[in-house]
Design a protein around this ligand. Structure first.
Ligand code: HEM
Length: 392
């Protein structure tokens, strides 16, 4: 389960908490029940977030040297910061992502998605295959994020390559050759970030003005560039794929009996792009009747918690608006709950509203394929095609 926490494994029978040994012999306590996941997230003193960005495959010296060559450092800033600086850094990021600022991006995004959807509809009508990941979902969140927080003026492709390399380096089972290649990709972009952190405007300037060190500014930007765009483009792809197989939901969207916001929430519950998130036991503790030693890695199975029959009426079914649908933990909970939730929801709502009709009558040529990863789904493509209409 550890590296494929979606699909079949998410519906198998599991105890409330289970010890699972990973590929390098480290034991993790996997938490499967909604109430227990919530309990852990709500108590950052007993269950600290310090291990959130620890590499699940230890990084060997050769790859560490490559990172060091780029002066790579990742001090605790956001997700893995249990220190006193967390509330202030989080406050500055939250200000940049304030709901009013997010809402102000909606018309621009609606326009952009509308143009893309029109182009894709034409291609589909001509019988061409269309990759809804590459041609619709992949770069949208990054484009919006750049408008909200000012990002280094790097090509979209370079940012995506860096972000996906980071997700693999820190959360995938890997061999040493691959780790070196990923370390080079992550390190290269870290250098770009370091320059931008020293001189850039927007969020970088706000963090500098609050007196944070260059390492902290780089750390915050690093996390945002990964968490703030890869997650959402993955989610958009997974949600569109799911909707391709849910004709009744699409019909409801069409005739107005199903709400877009409800579809987004049900999507987050059933297709979360982040399937697990980690905490570490700070002290000896008990969880669901199981004794847990201080230092234990705790893997919170967010995807599974979203399907807990204690919480949701029809756990495996995509029923927008059903009881418990919105109680998913796709954005975590408590002091570290996702700061970008509002933004991700807005982006998903804009895409669902406009792109769902594209799925009517298509066949799936290539479903998303997801590599082994502890935490992120990382779909690679989603190709559909309409049957070509016979020429008259
Ligand atoms: C569907 C898209 C997204 C999902 C599923 C998601 C999920 C998560 C999860 C599970 C966490 C950890 C929460 C915890 O520890 O309790 C998190 C943290 C975070 N997310 Fe997101 N996220 C998404 C999009 C975004 C976006 C768009 C941004 C910003 C532009 C963002 C920024 C952050 C930040 C800064 C944190 C760390 C918060 C802290 O530690 O105080 N996320 N997210």
């Amino acid at each position: 389960m550890l590296f494929r926490g979606w699909g079949a494994s998410v519906d198998e029978r599991w105890p409330d908490v289970a010890t699972v040994t990973d590929h390098v012999g480290v034991e993790h306590l996997v938490v499967t029940r909604h109430a227990l996941v919530r309990q852990v997230l709500a108590d950052p003193v007993t269950w600290r977030p310090d291990n959130a960005l620890d590499a699940v495959t230890p990084i060997p010296v050769a790859a560490l040297r490559i990172l060091a060559g780029h002066r790579f450092r990742l001090p605790p800033t956001l997700a893995n910061n249990s220190g006193a600086s967390h509330p202030e850094i989080r406050g500055i990021v939250a200000e940049a992502l304030h709901p009013a600022r997010v809402d102000a991006q909606r018309p621009w995004l609606t326009d952009l998605v509308g143009q893309r959807v029109a182009r894709l509809a034409t291609a589909l009508a001509a019988g061409e295959p269309v990759d809804l990941y590459a041609e619709l979902a992949a770069d949208l969140p990054l484009l919006v994020l750049a408008r909200l927080v000012e990002l280094p003026d790097a090509p979209v492709g370079a940012v995506k390559e860096f972000a996906r390399a980071a997700l693999e380096l820190f959360w995938a089972p890997l061999d040493a050759d691959r780790q070196r290649a990923l370390a080079a990709a992550v390190g290269r972009f870290h250098t770009v970030l370091r320059d931008f952190a020293a001189t850039g405007g927007g969020l970088a300037a706000a963090l500098r003005a609050a007196g944070h060190s260059p390492d902290v500014v780089v750390g915050a930007l690093f996390f945002l560039l990964v968490a703030g765009q890869e997650t959402t483009s993955q989610f958009l792809t997974l949600l569109l794929h799911r909707l391709a197989g849910e004709p009744a939901v699409r019909a409801g969207l069409r005739d107005g009996t199903v709400g877009v916001a409800d579809v987004v929430e049900e999507g987050l519950r059933l297709e979360p792009p982040i399937v697990t998130w980690r905490r570490v036991a700070a002290v000896d503790a008990t969880l669901g009747g199981t004794a847990v030693r201080a230092g234990t890695s705790v893997v919170l199975w967010l995807a599974r918690a979203g399907r807990d029959p204690e919480v949701v009426a029809a756990p495996a079914e995509f029923r927008p608006g059903q009881r418990g649908s919105r109680r998913h933990l796709a954005f975590g909970a408590g002091a570290h709950r996702c700061v970008g939730a509002q933004l991700a929801r807005m982006e998903a709502a804009v895409v669902v509203a406009q792109a769902a009709p594209l799925l009517d009558g298509v066949t799936v040529v290539r479903p998303p394929w997801c590599p082994d990863n502890l935490t992120f789904r990382m779909p690679d493509a989603f190709v559909v095609r309409s049957p070509r209409r016979p020429a008259r």
